[in-house]
Design a protein around this ligand. Structure first.
Ligand code: GLU
Length: 471
C-alpha cells in the first residue's frame, strides 16, 4: 500500500514551530516513501478558526517549501459526509443519543470527584430505549466497547495498551448536530486513505478512541506516530514567552527556510552526529521510527548558527530572492544600486540574518540621513581631513569605466603610504564617510558596489561636515 500522510492543523493561530516540525516529518515520510502528503484544514471550530490563520498556515507551508500533493481540504466543506457517518454509526448501534443536561453531568462529576473517582460519563443513556426526553437537545455519543483493550502500535513509542474500561462514551455530535474533533478526524483519515498519522503527542489520548471508531466503521487503522513536544530553554512547553514561535516570524527575522527546516528536522531526530542536512539528505535519511520519544529543547543559538551556515553556503541567486523580500520590507528601492547578488556575496560572511543584510546595505541605494554618532566622533575629525582629501583626489582620478574594487584599493593603499598611516587608519574614516557607520563589507568591495559618483559625493559630504563642525 502506498504511503499517505497528512498535516491537519486547526486554524486557530499562526503556524508555530511545533506544527511545522510535525508537517515536516509527515512531508519527509511521504517523500521518502514516494507517497502522498495531504493538507487538511480542521476548521470546524468556527468560533476559533479564522481566515487569517488559514492564510498564515498556507503561507508558512509555502515559505518552508512543504508542497502538498492533495488539498487543502477543509472540514467545513465536508459536513454532509460527517452527518452521513454519524447516521451510520447510529443505525448500526455504534452510537446513541444522550439526553443528559449540563447540570446532570456537573452533578455526576461532583459525585465522582467526591468519591475520589476519575470523572467520566457513566453511560446512563447507553441503553435508553424509551421516547426522546422532552426539552433536551441530545448529543450523540459513540458506544465504546466495554471490554477488551486497544493497542496503539506507536512508531515512536512502541506499543501503548489502553483498557476499554478506561474509555468513556465520547461525544461525536454536539446537541446542534455538529461533529466533534474525534469524529471528523476519523472520517477524514479513513476517506483520505491515510496510512500514517504523524502528530503531536498531545493527541495520544485521542488515538485509542479514534481506533475504536474506525473499527466500528469497519475501517483499518492507520499507523500512528506521536511526536514529542518541544520545550523552551526553561524546560516548559515552548510558547510565545520564549520569543518567536510562529514560522513566519522567523522569515520576518531574516532566517532562511533551509535553516529552519534543518533545525526542525534535528529536533528529536538524529543521524549520527551530523548537524547539516540538505533537503535531499533529509528525504533519504529520515525515518519516523528514528524519532526520539523524549521532548526536545528549542535552542535559538543553534538555529542562528544554521542560518549563518546557509547564508554562507547556499547559491547566491537563491539567497538574493529571499533578500529581495527583506529589501522591500525595508522600503529600499532597488533600481538605484548594486544587484542583490553582489550584496549577498559582499555580506554573506558577516550578516547573521537576511534582515540584518537588508538593513545594513541601505546606504548602497539611498543617501543616509545621519552619521552614526560614535563612528563620526571617532573618525570624522580634523585629523582625517588630509587623508580624506587625498582619497577624494585619488578616486576622482580613476576614470569612470575603470572603477573597480582593485582600483579603489590602490588609491587607499597609496593614500596610506603618502600620509604615513596604517591601512586601517585610512579605511575607517573612509568607511564612515561613505556608509555613515563603522561597519561595512571590506572597503574595496564597499566602494566597488557603491560606485564612483556616490563615493566622491559621500567623501565631499564628510569633508564638508568636518569643516563645518570645526570652524
Ligand atoms: N487539528 C489537530 C490540531 O491542530 C490535529 C489533529 C490530528 O493531527 O489528528 O491539533
Amino acid at each position: 500500500m502506498s504511503v499517505r500522510t497528512r498535516f491537519a492543523p486547526s486554524p486557530t493561530g499562526y503556524l508555530h514551530v511545533g506544527g511545522a516540525r510535525t508537517a515536516l516529518f509527515s512531508w519527509l515520510y511521504a517523500r521518502k516513501s514516494q507517497g502522498k502528503f495531504i493538507l487538511r484544514i480542521e476548521d470546524t471550530d468556527r468560533e476559533r478558526s479564522t481566515q487569517e490563520s488559514i492564510d498564515a498556515i498556507l503561507d508558512g507551508m509555502a515559505w518552508l517549501g512543504l508542497q502538498y500533493d492533495e488539498g487543502p481540504f477543509y472540514q467545513t466543506q465536508r459536513m454532509e459526509r460527517y452527518r452521513e457517518v454519524i447516521q451510520k454509526l447510529l443505525d448500526d448501534g455504534n452510537a446513541y443519543y444522550c439526553y443528559c443536561t449540563r447540570e446532570e453531568l456537573d452533578e455526576l462529576r461532583q459525585q465522582q470527584l467526591a468519591n475520589k473517582q476519575k470523572p467520566r460519563y457513566d453511560g446512563r443513556y447507553r441503553d435508553h430505549d424509551g421516547p426522546p426526553r422532552a426539552g433536551v437537545d441530545p448529543v450523540i455519543r459513540f458506544r465504546n466497547p466495554l471490554e477488551g483493550e486497544v493497542v496503539v502500535h506507536d512508531l515512536i513509542r512502541g506499543n501503548i495498551v489502553i483498557q476499554n474500561s478506561e474509555l468513556d462514551d465520547l461525544i461525536i455530535a454536539r446537541s446542534d448536530g455538529t461533529p466533534t474533533y474525534n469524529l471528523t478526524v476519523v472520517v477524514d483519515d479513513m476517506d483520505m486513505g491515510i496510512t500514517h498519522v504523524i502528530r503531536g503527542d498531545d493527541h495520544i489520548n485521542n488515538t485509542p478512541r479514534q481506533i475504536n471508531i474506525l473499527r466500528a466503521l469497519g475501517a483499518e487503522s492507520p499507523q500512528y506516530a506521536h511526536v514529542p513536544m518541544i520545550l523552551g530553554s526553561d524546560g516548559k512547553r515552548l510558547s510565545k514567552r520564549h520569543g518567536a514561535v510562529g514560522v513566519m516570524q522567523y522569515r520576518d527575522d531574516g532566517f532562511l527556510p533551509e535553516a529552519l527546516l534543518n533545525y526542525l528536522v534535528r529536533l528529536g531526530w538524529s543521524y549520527g552526529d551530523q548537524e547539516v542536512f540538505t533537503l535531499d539528505e533529509m528525504i533519504e535519511l529520515f525515518d519516523i521510527k528514528d524519532v526520539n520519544f523524549s521532548a526536545s529543547t528549542f535552542n535559538t543559538e543553534k538555529l542562528s548558527w544554521l542560518n549563518q551556515h546557509y547564508i554562507k553556503t547556499l547559491d547566491a541567486n537563491h539567497i538574493a530572492e529571499h533578500l529581495h523580500w527583506h529589501m522591500q520590507q525595508c522600503g529600499i528601492a532597488l533600481d538605484n544600486g548594486p544587484p542583490l547578488i553582489d550584496l549577498v556575496e559582499a555580506y554573506r560572511e558577516r550578516a547573521k540574518t537576511l534582515k540584518e543584510m537588508a538593513s545594513s546595505s541601505r546606504f548602497f541605494y539611498e543617501e543616509f540621513e545621519d552619521y552614526d554618532e560614535k563612528a563620526a566622533r571617532k573618525n570624522l575629525k580634523p585629523a582625517s581631513l588630509d587623508v580624506l582629501i587625498a582619497l577624494r583626489d585619488g578616486f576622482a582620478a580613476v576614470a569612470g569605466p575603470d572603477w573597480s574594487g582593485a582600483a579603489a584599493h590602490d588609491v587607499v593603499t597609496r593614500a596610506a603610504e603618502e600620509n604615513d598611516l596604517k591601512l586601517g587608519k585610512v579605511a575607517q574614516p573612509l568607511r564612515v564617510a561613505v556608509s555613515g557607520t563603522a561597519v561595512s563589507p571590506p572597503i574595496d568591495i564597499t566602494l566597488q558596489l557603491l560606485g564612483r559618483e556616490r563615493t566622491l559625493a559621500r567623501i565631499d559630504r564628510a569633508i564638508a561636515k568636518i569643516t563645518q563642525d570645526n570652524p
